[in-house]
Design a protein around this ligand. Sequence first.
Ligand SMILES: NC(=O)c1ccc[n+]([C@@H]2O[C@H](COP(=O)([O-])OP(=O)(O)OC[C@H]3O[C@@H](n4cnc5c(N)ncnc54)[C@H](O)[C@@H]3O)[C@@H](O)[C@H]2O)c1
Length: 270
Amino acid sequence: MIDLGLAGKRAIVSGAGFIPERAGHGRQSSLKLAEAGATVACIDIDEGRAKGIVAEIESIGGKAFPVVADMTDRDQVQRAVDEAAGLLGGIDVCVDIIGKATWSLVEDVTPEEWQQDLQQNITQVFNLWQIVGRHMIEQGTGGSLVALASVDGFVGSRYHAAYGVAKAGVISLAKTFAEELGRYGIRANAVAPGNVGTGNEDQPEGEYAVDPKNPLAAPRGSDIANAVLFLSSALAARITGQTLVVDGGAIIRSLWGMTPEVIPQFRSLY
Ligand SMILES: NC(=O)c1ccc[n+]([C@@H]2O[C@H](COP(=O)([O-])OP(=O)(O)OC[C@H]3O[C@@H](n4cnc5c(N)ncnc54)[C@H](O)[C@@H]3O)[C@@H](O)[C@H]2O)c1
């Protein structure tokens, strides 16, 4: 048996609840952390959703409790983290799921939309990591910070410019927190999902390259949660400042659309 080092650990998941028409990254990450033996403080803006994921964790024999807060509001982040740390007796793992895009042509984006997207996709990650980081520094036992970025932080973000900027910011923030907090044994990493849509859990196993976007296969919600679990775990003990892309290979595609037929022609040229 491989030990993930998460048994008895104290975890916070910000945005732990589940909205059925969405990907369910908070739900799946919370369930996997609990299955690995961590106690999970399930933070959500919606009380019903916070209690729903707690009930699900308890139904599989795990330990969790709900915390209700709007995590885009710094005062509420402080209150929620303090409450969670008090009930958990400390914090070892912190996972930030929250993020959402506003869609618009660049020429139509309003200053309010721009600010809102930065607030909900990058500023709130900074607030959470800073506040949790302070707890971890005081504890003196290290810890793991993880946030969801997006492949849109690597490539252009057509029609959702601020979201792309913010997700590129999450990728940068992981590097900076990793460098500054490394001396306390605190790691910071991100996971960049590809297009998971509503979860993609119904993608057939063993069928590859069936859609033009993914050279391998579309990523599922469970694939994102596995990456979150890995980066939170002792298996990633020396991994920090990284962003793990989980996209079925979508963004590594060559742009040139070459086919095997052109190989002889190029062989003689280069
Ligand atoms: N689905 C995809 O294809 C995809 C691709 C790339 C990145 N992502 C990233 O995944 C994350 C979203 O995952 P999801 O769609 O599974 O989550 P979601 O939007 O369904 O939200 C998960 C939970 O977070 C809660 N929540 C939302 N705003 C909150 C707030 N201000 N305070 C506290 N709780 C709040 C919701 O109530 C919900 O229960 C985002 O960071 C997004 O950028 C998703």
